[in-house]
Write a protein that binds this ligand. Structure first.
Ligand code: 7TS
Length: 404
């Protein structure tokens, strides 16, 4: 049974005061908060197992290695990957995307085309622009409409035999739109293109099945899923990961090294040079366990209820406009109050203990589309409540009174 008051007891930070007020944390799309079970897993690692992995005969190293590889298996099971070696542990979504973009440098040539969408975070735009500069490939963009949805018929028209790669986020960080990724994957495969889905914003809300999606690459960050910062994952189909050259050279990613030639280790180690974020990897597994214990169906249903409640209450404020009005969206509300600068609204909300993000949300093309400098973004998680939304609504009314 989903009981938000019981769940909130797991998150020590939620009882904090900010500026003398009870914290209302609505910046979950930037990073999620950390339950005690995950904090305990961090302490447990450093108190009991801290050692370097994959290289020691001693007991601590073997225990740490076992825990790290068990975490990889948990991530594999969570995303339903066929093999655990298809899961590469990285420092986060940005790192995972750069790993793939660098790998494709030797596989693309002039005339090849890459498709991204107008709804991307900068970390799913810039690495592909850099890849185009290196290879002479060109970048095409799936446009968006007023509701903040992709214009999917235009995607169909962009596809051609020259399309080699398609990159789209599962859920937009700035607007919350859930993109039709299964359609995009299937259509891209019809012309032989590979597809990378940026799941950074989806994984806190839904449980993706990479085999059912038939996606080639899927990436996510632990810190948006109740886990620690500095760790994330790349799922890649075995065939693709074997085709891509390693991203970084170093220890533990080799089979044999001489000054004449180096051969690379098998998957997943080929892509994991150097000492990884060992505690982070292990604790990523603990965070996935925590979220699965609550259950993604319960999380989605509860957050959808919060989204509907907040949308209705905020829209009742005169002059408030919500950006991103797709029927298919997750618990993110991006809004502006008339022509008041979002930064000013965010500053007043902070004084009231309410944490929101303001600005372009690293998705500047979306702001350009709407001809605005940015928005105020309130993003909800399963540990938020309707009472907190009421506090936000009162705060926004107060900000409007003070600033207009
Ligand atoms: N892709 C999407 C869709 C994101 O929302 C983010 C981070 C990233 C990639 C990058 O993830 P990282 O873990 O490598 O930094 N999004 C946000 C945000 O919306 N506010 O702060 C970070």
């Amino acid at each position: 049974m989903f009981n938000v008051q019981d769940i909130r007891k797991d998150f020590p930070i939620l009882s904090r005061k900010v500026n003398g007020k009870s914290l209302v944390y609505f910046d979950n799309a930037a990073t999620s908060q950390t339950p005690q079970q995950v904090i305990d897993a961090i302490i447990d690692y450093y108190a009991n197992y801290n050692a370097n992995i994959h290289r020691g005969v001693h007991t601590l190293s073997q225990e740490a290695t076992d825990l790290y590889e068990q975490a990889r298996q948990k991530i594999q099971a969570h995303f339903n990957a066929k093999f655990s070696h298809e899961i590469i542990l990285t420092s986060g979504t940005t790192d995972s995307i750069n790993l793939v973009a660098n790998g494709f440098s030797s596989l693309l040539k002039k005339g090849d085309e890459i498709i991204v969408s107008a709804l991307e975070h900068h970390s799913n735009i810039v690495p592909w622009q850099m890849l185009c500069e290196r290879t002479g490939a060109s970048l095409k963009v799936i446009p968006m409409n007023e509701e903040g949805e992709l214009v999917i018929t235009d995607f169909d028209n962009l596809l051609s035999k020259n399309t080699k790669l398609v990159f789209v986020n599962h859920i937009s960080n700035a607007l919350g739109t859930i993109n039709p990724i299964k359609y995009i994957i299937d259509k891209a495969h019809q012309v032989g293109a590979a597809v990378l889905i940026d799941g950074a914003q989806a994984c806190p809300h839904i449980k993706p099945d990479v085999q059912a999606l038939d996606v080639d690459f899927y990436v996510a960050s632990a810190h948006k899923m109740c886990g620690p910062t500095g760790v994330g994952m790349l799922y890649g189909k075995e065939d693709w990961l074997n085709k891509l050259p390693p991203y970084q050279g170093g220890g533990e990613m080799i089979a044999e090294v001489t000054f004449e030639k180096t051969t690379y280790a098998d998957l997943p180690h080929k892509f994991e040079a150097g000492t990884p974020n060992i505690a982070g990897g292990i604790v990523f597994g603990a965070a996935i366990d925590y979220m699965n214990r609550i259950g993604f169906d319960a999380i989605a249903a509860y957050e959808n209820d919060l989204l509907n409640y907040a949308t209705e209450k905020l829209l009742a404020i005169d002059g408030l406009k919500i950006y991103g009005t797709s029927k298919n969206k997750t618990s993110v509300i991006s809004f502006n109050l008339e022509d008041i600068h979002p930064y000013d609204v965010g500053t007043i909300l902070d004084k009231l203990g309410i944490a929101v993000r303001t600005g372009h949300h690293c998705a500047q093309p979306i702001m350009d589309f709407y001809c605005i400098p940015g928005t105020v973004r309130a993003s909800f998680s399963f540990y938020n409540t309707k009472e907190e939304i009421d506090t936000l609504v009162e705060g926004v009314k107060k900000a409007k009174m003070m600033l207009s």
